[in-house]
Design a protein around this ligand. Structure first.
Ligand code: URA
Length: 331
């Protein structure tokens, strides 16, 4: 197990998740199904704590593999892919877009299958859990195309919070990007992650969304990563994610929700470390995925980088020493 110390008692589901075998939720299901033994005895109790350095944990009769180094992947999810690793309906998933990632990484949060843009995937379970937890208020920015043009009052109402069936939304930031006759482009930043939230917010003010691209997630920006491509985070980006969670764990908001003991535990799990030491390249590498898709929206006029508004255009090849994808303008 990664960095365990003798005498440390850790929840069984966390021990399984940090071995890279399954997400924490799937590990809980495995325990409940009686597939997990500790020192030869089946354990179904989710609260069970074990010392990974001493106890023998097996899943389906097999010892857990030692923990993998942390790996962080940024993917530009195209439309038509579901943001989970498997789909009961057999639709293509983000897993199909990560052909060269041999480590089991899990999506951090969701994007609808008809949404596009930045998805983070990682095997760093604690960080992933924190990044999607409402307590940490991680900002997510979306570039959206909506029907019609929003009046200033409608923008203010989105910014203050709108009434949805699951409650009033938190404060948002909305920026006009471009107007057309029938529709307009906006950039909206929210700090929650409710299902279909952006679409429902815009629907509530009478301007349905016809295109949604996530362009930022916390400190990460999609920039020129083309649709269907992925790259590993840089050392700096991975540390920025850990710093974000750590700073919010230590902030007043965190203070109200956490005991001092918990804070120390989370902070220590999020220790900054160079990515090279984890066996991951410093330079972000871009890989072309199997099914790049093309969009047909206007670009430069949106005031955003080409790849964000029109990610699939002229997908280039990764250069060995750069994260840049060369973009060819199509006629
Ligand atoms: N909000 C939505 O409505 N859909 C997404 O995919 C992401 C945010």
């Amino acid at each position: 197990m990664r960095g365990t110390i003798f005498g440390m008692q850790i929840r069984l589901q966390k021990v399984i998740a940090s071995s890279g075998l399954a997400s924490r939720r799937k590990a809980e299901a495995m325990i409940a199904q009686g597939r997990v033994t500790v020192n030869g005895k089946v354990v179904r109790e989710l609260g069970t704590r074990v010392d990974p350095a001493r106890d023998h944990v097996k899943v389906d009769g097999r010892h857990l593999e030692p923990g993998q180094p942390h790996v962080y992947v940024m993917l530009n999810k195209p439309k038509g892919f579901v943001s989970s690793l498997s789909d009961p309906e057999g639709r293509p998933t983000v897993k199909n877009l990560l052909p060269g990632v041999s480590v089991r990484v899990f999506p951090v949060g969701r994007l609808d299958s008809d949404s596009e843009g930045l998805m983070l995937l990682t095997n760093h379970g604690d960080l992933a859990q924190a990044l999607v937890h409402p307590r940490y208020q991680v900002p997510k920015t979306y570039l959206i195309k909506v029907k019609g043009v929003l009046a200033d009052e409608e923008i203010k109402s989105l910014e203050r919070g709108v009434e949805l069936e699951d409650g009033v939304t938190g404060p948002a930031r909305v920026k006009k990007v471009r107007k057309a006759e029938q529709n307009s482009w906006l950039e909206i930043t929210i700090h929650e992650g409710r299902k279909h939230q952006v679409k429902r917010m815009l629907e509530a003010v009478g301007h349905p969304v016809s295109k949604l691209i996530r362009v930022r997630f916390g400190p990460l920006a999609l920039r020129d990563l083309a649709a269907g491509e992925y790259r590993y985070l840089t050392d700096r980006e991975a540390n920025a994610l850990r710093d974000l969670v750590r700073s919010r764990t230590n902030s007043e908001t965190g203070e109200q929700h956490r005991s001092a003991r918990n804070k120390a535990r989370v902070s220590s799990r999020l220790t900054r470390r160079p990515v090279e030491s984890l066996g991951v390249e410093r330079e972000p590498r871009v890989r072309q995925a199997h099914h790049p898709t093309r969009l047909s929206s206007p670009v430069e006029s949106l005031g955003v980088e080409r790849s964000q508004a029109e990610p699939g255009r002229g997908i280039g090849r990764a250069t060995p020493h750069s994260s840049r994808v060369s973009m060819r303008r199509s006629a």
